[in-house]
Design a protein. Structure first.
Length: 324
């Protein structure tokens, strides 16, 4: 293990949800819990067995740490391990604090040209990397991203990076769609009260064809329906956003057109990839951060996120650091 002086911690929708509702699905907050799982910091102490890190190293933290070497870990899909430790998922504490102890193997050294803030953004970026990999985005793909929150935006970034020829994105909010344009979306659709089929046909007319790949980042029933209608026959729909447990969808439409529906659960094996992309300047996540607060103003930061202001709200946990 290593002890870290925390630096930057992003606020996620799930953090806000636990704070407001006390549960997400089967994960129920029964005792006080520290939030935060998008984080970076500086190593201040290392355990006796740790060789790849030393005090002073700047690191990004992968929040999911398997507790045992089960079948999922053996096949490289450790995110599916049922006993995994995960920051800020009850009952496991997160890392929104000044000092934090974490498994050394899940702390990744940041190159000098990658900031702490970028290091913290590797967590949401990882969701995009994992989703686009599961979706099979490749050279020339036409992609429909549904929802322009932080996760929709990282999917735009990663899809373009992986060779997508065109990406169309939908949202209710004009300002969020503007941000999507900034990070590389080719087309945007502001949804008002269109039916799922109408949304699907708008997607098709903007792209000039139906997309092979849809990445659904809202979890809203109507959006999942639109995702099925929009996806080209033989294509893939990846469900990233999660809403109610039971959702009514046109499953027969998907079945008879051989549209594959895939889920994702967090990510695995993405930190080294993300660090390489950030270090080589192949991907720019900096525009995602719109608000910054010191740790003392955490409540204000959470309220800002809850109101849906900006994109990514970042907390600064190191009181000695005066950088913006």
């Amino acid at each position: 293990e290593v002890l870290l002086q925390m630096h930057s911690v992003g606020i996620c929708g799930s953090d806000v949800h636990y704070w407001q509702h006390g549960r997400i699905g089967d994960f129920v907050v029964k005792d006080p819990m520290v939030l935060g799982h998008e984080a970076s910091g500086t190593v201040i102490k290392v355990g006796s067995g740790v060789t790849h890190l030393k005090p002073g190293d700047r690191v990004a933290i992968e929040p999911g740490v398997p507790r045992e070497m089960d079948e999922f870990c053996k096949t490289g899909r450790y995110n599916l391990s049922p006993t995994i430790f995960f920051c800020a998922t009850p009952p496991d504490d997160g890392n929104l604090c000044r000092y934090y102890k974490h498994s050394a193997s899940y702390c990744y050294k940041l190159p000098d040209n990658v900031t702490f803030e970028e290091g913290a953004l590797i967590e949401p970026l990882s969701v995009g990397i994992h989703a686009c990999k599961r979706a099979g985005v490749t050279l020339g793909s036409k992609v429909f991203v549904s929802g322009s929150g932080p996760i929709g935006l990282v999917n735009v970034l990663v899809a373009k990076m992986m060779g997508a020829a065109a990406v169309v994105i939908t949202d209710l909010s004009a300002s969020r769609l503007q941000k999507a344009k900034e990070v590389g979306a080719d087309f945007t659709i502001q949804v008002t009260n269109e039916t799922p089929q109408e949304v699907a046909s708008k997607v098709e007319s903007l792209l000039g064809c139906m997309p092979e790949i849809t990445v659904e980042c809202t979890g809203v029933q109507a959006c999942i329906q639109a995702g099925i209608y929009a996806t080209r026959s033989g294509g893939t729909l990846v469900l990233v956003g999660l809403g109610p447990e039971m959702v009514t969808v046109p499953i027969v439409n998907a079945a008879v057109r051989e549209v594959d529906i895939r889920g994702i659960f967090r990510y695995c094996n993405t930190w080294p990839v993300a660090i390489a992309l950030l270090a080589s300047k192949r991907i720019n996540v900096k525009p995602l951060v719109t608000h910054r607060f010191p740790l003392e103003k955490a409540l204000e930061a959470f309220e800002t996120t809850k109101r849906g202001e900006g994109v990514k709200v970042m907390l600064k946990c190191d009181p000695t650091d005066h950088n913006p």
